[in-house]
Ligand binder design. Structure first.
Ligand SMILES: [Fe+2]
Ligand SMILES: [Fe+2]
Length: 136
């Protein structure tokens, strides 16, 4: 796999939340992100890019709901409220990026969008999400 094929490599040992279903969902989200990145770099048409990005948005919305349901069952998880707010913010930023893309005549996602995905991945999956894992 060349450097341009993916923006992020899934690594269970490094990213595990110790909650199997969440790990599998994270892995699935990263797979779609990498697919989108690859399609964007290989000149895939706008309709297909929009389809993949919409799938990512849907799966992300579902994942956040699963996660929130899960950590609401943890009595010791004090970060639940702020974690939910971060989810909301990520979804609204994602929505803004999608709207920008729809209007963009280039028909491609820009660097800023992939930077957003990368920061989200690194800060969220590898950081905040592992906090509830520590309590599991
Ligand atoms: Fe999360
Ligand atoms: Fe997550």
């Amino acid at each position: 796999m060349s450097a341009t094929d993916s923006i992020f490599e899934w690594d269970l040992a490094r990213f595990t939340t110790k909650v199997g279903t969440m790990d599998r969902e994270h892995e699935g989200l990263i797979k779609i992100m990498n697919q989108l990145y690859k399609e964007n770099n290989s000149g895939t048409d706008k309709a297909q890019l929009l389809k993949t990005a919409t799938l990512l948005a849907t799966k992300t919305t579902e994942h956040f709901a699963h996660e929130e349901r899960y950590f609401s069952t943890l009595s010791k998880y004090e970060g639940a409220g702020s974690h939910k707010l971060i989810h909301q913010k990520l979804l609204s930023q994602f929505g803004e990026h999608l709207e920008k893309f729809k209007k963009d005549p280039s028909g491609k996602f820009n660097e800023e969008f992939f930077r957003f995905l990368k920061v989200w991945l690194q800060a969220h999956i590898c950081g905040i999400d592992r906090k509830y894992g520590e309590l599991s």
